[in-house]
Design a protein around this ligand. Structure first.
Ligand SMILES: Cc1ncc(COP(=O)(O)O)c(C=O)c1O
Ligand SMILES: N[C@@H](CCCC[NH3+])C(=O)O
Length: 443
């Protein structure tokens, strides 16, 4: 099996993460269970910070909290010196509740509501990443109402098509996000933003997509953004103190995935920036990035209990687990691939091929097609690896299934950071009008 971070197989043949035997975690917290290897999260955060320090440039590494937003994660990001990217009032609220410094929060999104903008203005966050002309006008007006002048970056689409799934690629011209550079919209946005009294234009932002392995897309995006900055200086006499190059750095989900070390991505980006600005007597801007998946993705494991199975001789054997697309929608959405291991017999040879199905009423609810496992039995624990990003954060209550607990593990200790939803949570926001009430309803 793929052992990474603090994962190990202990003397009993059980998978261990952060020094905790996962069979014990299952007893203590139940399944399904999200387990986060805190040491690995912190290590990834430090890899970014160290690589930027080595570049000699000024920087901010903003953790993209959409990948996994819970208060404990915000606290870790804060302790590791990261900034935070949020895209909704919910993510902003989570960060503020965790005591994350507002000045290090950046607010993204292509349709921020007036209420969300006001909430962020009241919190005095560090920067708004403005996505379109409507938002420029709205933000300027709302900031003016409060007598504030706020920092903004303009999100631009530099015309780079990343080699990734169509649904998670964002830097091309035909995207719902940002001001297009090619058509001149980005240039007009700079001119407009620069003239608005309640906005302080820091620079531009570009994010070309997600789960990208090659550095060339990032290098091209960095160069295009830099060339745009030079054009803006020449034509409008405006210089950018900040350039944000987004996130998107890939991780290993399955054998054959070939992510580069974090330092390699950072080196590619910072070199492209230095090359483009260095010769043009332009003060090299501060570089911001927004990694999400590459901070938390491979630190997460989802632990399930195997229930039923179905053998269709000569066709396929299914095993079903006590979760599924409700806790991990990525296989159904993007045909994402995962690896798994029988956690209570982690050292055994994986010589059986099965399809891991979830428990939702949906034929497409398959977590792993043709998964190699040691012969699975009812009651075994199945650990699906590298589920730290876009799993808990994209979980749903489809079929009224309760969202699992989340535990952080480190040095043989586990901390519950999200409680499993209760059945009362499931009906917590339901309202049964009096005229529909039955005396016999369950209390
Ligand atoms: C604007 C923006 N920044 C950062 C991210 C984080 O991307 P990733 O998790 O791939 O690093 C995303 C998601 O793709 C995004 O849309
Ligand atoms: N949610 C996606 C990535 C999109 C990230 C947000 N721009 C995933 O699971 O891979």
């Amino acid at each position: 099996m793929y052992l990474h971070g603090t994962s190990a197989i202990n003397g009993q043949g059980h998978l261990e993460i952060g020094g905790c035997d996962v069979t014990e975690l299952a007893k203590q917290y139940g399944t399904p269970l999200y387990i986060v290897d805190e040491t690995l999260v912190r290590q990834r955060a430090r890899e970014y910070v160290d690589a930027f320090k080595a570049s000699g440039l000024k920087f901010q590494v903003a953790y993209a909290s959409k990948a996994f937003s819970v208060m404990a994660m915000c606290a870790i990001a804060e302790q590791e010196g990261l900034s935070l990217d949020v895209v909704s009032d919910g993510e902003l609220y989570t960060a503020l509740k965790a005591g994350f410094p507002a000045q290090r929060i950046h607010f993204h999104g292509n349709n921020k509501t007036p209420d969300e903008i006001n909430m962020a203005l009241d919190a005095q966050i560090g920067c708004f990443v403005v996505d379109n002309f409507d938002e420029l006008a709205l933000l300027n007006a709302l900031a003016g109402d409060k007598g504030l002048k706020v920092n903004v970056l303009l999100r631009v689409t530099p015309g780079v098509e990343a080699h990734t799934h169509e649904y998670i690629s964002t830097g091309q011209q035909d995207s719902k996000f940002g001001f297009d550079v090619e058509s001149g919209a980005a240039f007009r946005a700079v001119r407009e933003a620069n003239g608005l009294p309640n906005l302080e234009l820091l620079g531009v932002h570009s994010h070309i997509g997600s789960q990208i392995f090659e550095v060339d897309g990032f290098e091209v995006a960095a160069s295009k953004v830099a060339q745009f900055a030079l054009l803006v200086r020449d034509e409008l006499n405006v210089t950018f103190p900040v350039i944000n190059l987004g996130g998107g750095f890939g991780i290993r989900y399955v054998e054959g995935d070939t992510p580069l070390p974090v330092a390699t991505y950072v080196q590619a980006i910072t070199s492209a920036i230095k090359d483009n600005f260095g010769g043009a007597s332009y003060p090299i801007p501060e570089i911001w990035v927004e990694p999400g998946r590459s901070i938390v993705g491979d630190a997460g494991t989802t632990l399930y209990t195997i229930g039923t199975s179905k053998d269709i001789p000569g066709v396929r054997k299914y095993i079903a687990v006590d979760g599924g697309m409700t806790d991990n929608p990525r296989p159904a959405l993007y045909e994402s691939k995962y690896e798994a291991v029988i956690a209570n017999r982690a050292g055994e040879v994986a010589d059986e091929t099965v399809t891991v199905a979830g428990k939702c009423c949906e034929s497409g609810d398959k977590l792993i097609i043709d998964c190699q496992l040691a012969k699975p039995h009812t009651g075994d624990l199945l650990a699906v690896l590298c589920t730290g990003a876009y799993n808990y954060s994209m979980a749903s209550n489809y079929n009224r299934i309760r969202r699992p607990s989340v535990v952080f593990v480190k040095d043989g200790h586990s901390d519950l950071v999200v409680k499993r939803e209760s059945l009362d949570d499931i009906v917590g926001n339901d309202i049964l009008p009096a005229r529909m009430k039955k005396v016999s309803a369950v209390q």
